[in-house]
Design a binder for this molecule. Structure first.
Ligand SMILES: NC(=O)c1ccc[n+]([C@@H]2O[C@H](COP(=O)([O-])OP(=O)(O)OC[C@H]3O[C@@H](n4cnc5c(N)ncnc54)[C@H](OP(=O)(O)O)[C@@H]3O)[C@@H](O)[C@H]2O)c1
Length: 252
């Protein structure tokens, strides 16, 4: 797992950071569920601790994290409602979620119709003005897990200020007497306590890779592009047309 520097044919990492990949898993499939798989697993099972029988909302259910989250939810007996553009609805349904079009101005109303009693968790990486709508979808005891701010991506000005406002808002919501909670998930949180960070990550990724090895979790690979064509890989990843991850593979 690298924060940066992974686009290389060779990399020097500490042995303690290595996690065994079960025999027989395609390397591109393993790569697809490392950051995304650990993120999805930890948000579902550690941050929100959703139980079997619960219902969750996954924004961007065709994305790398989202497509993993909806599958992990299904495998844990949790119902998922997934937002995606209409072209991805068939796949989102196959992965196990009820799709809702995020371009529909009544998207939140559609979700409320599907879950009139509210949901146990909303996983929101979009932020912006829609975040309050995500918060309102929760039932009592539900958790809003925010893990990004895609809506703010192209805004001018100081992006750090946007995050300060976001954290302030999440903090304030936690003090409302309505039994709901809100948090920001950060993959790298807790890295200062390296031993426990490594142990937790190793445990979670091992579970995810086991599901892949058993054929229960299907990593969504949008394309495999050689390292020498990384610019094309980035253009495709940013095109907002793909389903799953664009994987850069070493040149042969
Ligand atoms: N906090 C953390 O520790 C952590 C960890 C992992 C990932 N992340 C963040 O999580 C986000 C998702 O990662 P990913 O790997 O799943 O990305 P991805 O594969 O590119 O998927 C992004 C998903 O979000 C949708 N989307 C993008 N912009 C949107 C917008 N403005 N409004 C509504 N939907 C939008 C996309 O829909 P279309 O395909 O229709 O555009 C797609 O479904 C990224 O922002 C990433 O940085 C955070």
């Amino acid at each position: 797992m690298t924060k940066t520097g992974g686009w290389a044919s060779h990399l020097h990492v500490e042995a303690a950071d290595l996690i065994p990949v079960p025999e027989g898993i395609d390397p591109a499939a393993a790569e697809t569920v490392l950051v995304n798989g650990a993120t999805a697993w930890q948000m579902l099972h550690r941050s929100a601790s959703v139980r079997a029988g619960g219902t969750v909302v996954v924004l961007g259910a065709n994305g790398g994290v989202g497509s993993t989250l909806v599958q992990l939810a299904r495998l844990a007996g949790i119902s998922a409602i997934g937002t995606a553009s209409a072209r991805h609805h068939d796949t989102v349904r196959e992965l196990g979620a009820t799709p809702v079009d995020y371009r529909d101005p009544d998207m939140y109303e559609q979700i409320r119709k599907l879950a009139p009693d509210g949901v146990d968790a909303v996983f929101d990486h979009v932020g912006g003005s829609g975040l309050v709508q995500s918060w309102r979808l929760l039932r009592k005891g539900g958790t809003l897990v925010n893990y990004g701010a895609a809506a703010q991506k192209n805004e001018q000005g100081n992006s750090a200020l946007g995050f300060v406002k976001l954290f302030g808002r999440l903090l304030a919501w936690n003090h409302l007497p309505n039994g709901k909670s809100a948090l920001f998930y950060n993959f790298w949180a807790g890295k200062r306590r390296l031993a426990s960070f490594r142990a937790r990550l190793g445990e979670d990724i091992t579970q995810v890779l086991r599901l892949v090895a058993d054929g229960e979790l299907k990593p969504q690979i949008a394309a495999r592009i050689p390292l020498s064509c990384t610019a094309e890989a980035l253009a495709l990843a940013e095109s907002r047309t793909v389903l799953g991850k664009v994987v850069i593979v070493a040149n042969v």
